[in-house]
Design a protein around this ligand. Structure first.
Ligand SMILES: [Zn+2]
Length: 248
C-alpha cells in the first residue's frame, strides 16, 4: 500500500513523528476499524480516526439524532434531528478525508449478528450506550480474536479499556449486566465535555494500538474522574469462570 503525494502532504505532521513515519501511516491506511455507536464517544473517535487516515471505517448505529444528543455529540447539528446517526457520521468522515472509506450500518448489534458485523476488522472500538450491546460486542471479539477497545462516559466518570481476548470486557463487568434495561445516559446524565475527553483518549489508545506505539495496554482499564480531573489505570484479572473468555 503506497501513499500519494496528496496523502504525503496531508499526513506530514504524522509522518514526521518517528513513532509513525511512512510505515505507520501506510499501516493506518491499510487498517479497517469498526466503531460501535455514533454517540458521544463516537463523536470524538470517528473524526480522529478519519483525520488520521484510517483506511476503512465501519460505523454501526441504529439511532437517529435527537435534540438531547447535541450537548455531547458534535458530529451532528440542529438540522440533523431525526436523521440516522450512522449515515451522518460516515458522511462526516468522508467529508473530512476523502481517502477514508466509511461504511454506515443502520443496525442494532446483538448476540445474533455481532460476529458477522465485526469480523474482518483490525480493532473494534465500542462506544455504545448499553451493556447488552457491550457484552455482545465483547463476546464476539473474543470469538473472533479481534482486540476490543471499550469506552464509556457517564455523569463525571469515564473508562477506557483495551481487551485482547483474555481478560475480556466481561471479566471486568461480570454477567449482571446482560439484561437489556441497564443504566444509560438517559437516566444518569453525562457532562458533554467528558465524552470528548474519554473519546479522545480512546482514539489515541486505538491509534497507538494499531501502530504498536508505547507499552501494550491490554488488560488495563483507564478510569477518568471528571471532577478531580485525574486518570488512573487498573489491571483486570482474567476470570477463570468468565462466560466470555473462560474456556477460550
Ligand atoms: Zn472474560
Amino acid at each position: 500500500m503506497t501513499l500519494s503525494d496528496e496523502e504525503l502532504e496531508r499526513y506530514a505532521r504524522h509522518i514526521v513523528l518517528p513513532q509513525v513515519g511512512g510505515v505507520g501511516q501506510r499501516r493506518l491506511k491499510a487498517a479497517s476499524v469498526v466503531v460501535v455507536g455514533a454517540g458521544g464517544i463516537g463523536s470524538a473517535v470517528i473524526p480522529a480516526l478519519a483525520g488520521a487516515g484510517v483506511g476503512r471505517l465501519t460505523i454501526i448505529d441504529d439511532d437517529v439524532v435527537e435534540l438531547t444528543n447535541l450537548h455531547r455529540q458534535p458530529l451532528f447539528r440542529e438540522a440533523d434531528a431525526g436523521a440516522a446517526k450512522a449515515d451522518l457520521a460516515a458522511g462526516f468522515a468522508r467529508s473530512l478525508n476523502h481517502f477514508v472509506e466509511a461504511r454506515p450500518l443502520r443496525l442494532r448489534l446483538g448476540p445474533d449478528n455481532a460476529r458477522k458485523l465485526l469480523q474482518g476488522h483490525a480493532i473494534v472500538i465500542d462506544g455504545s450506550d448499553n451493556f447488552a450491546t457491550r457484552l455482545a460486542v465483547s463476546d464476539a471479539c473474543v470469538g473472533l480474536g479481534i482486540p476490543l477497545l471499550s469506552a464509556a462516559a457517564v455523569q463525571f466518570q469515564g473508562q477506557v479499556g483495551l481487551f485482547r481476548s483474555k481478560p475480556c470486557y466481561r471479566c471486568y463487568v461480570g454477567d449482571a449486566f446482560d439484561a437489556d434495561d441497564c443504566d444509560t445516559c438517559a437516566e444518569l446524565g453525562v457532562l458533554g465535555a467528558l465524552t470528548a475527553t474519554v473519546g479522545g483518549f480512546a482514539a489515541l489508545l486505538g491509534i497507538n494500538a494499531l501502530l504498536g506505539i508505547g507499552p501494550d495496554q491490554s488488560g488495563q482499564v483507564h478510569l477518568f474522574d471528571g471532577e478531580k480531573l485525574v486518570w488512573r489505570a487498573i489491571r483486570i484479572p482474567a476470570d477463570p469462570a468468565c462466560k466470555g473468555c473462560g474456556s477460550a
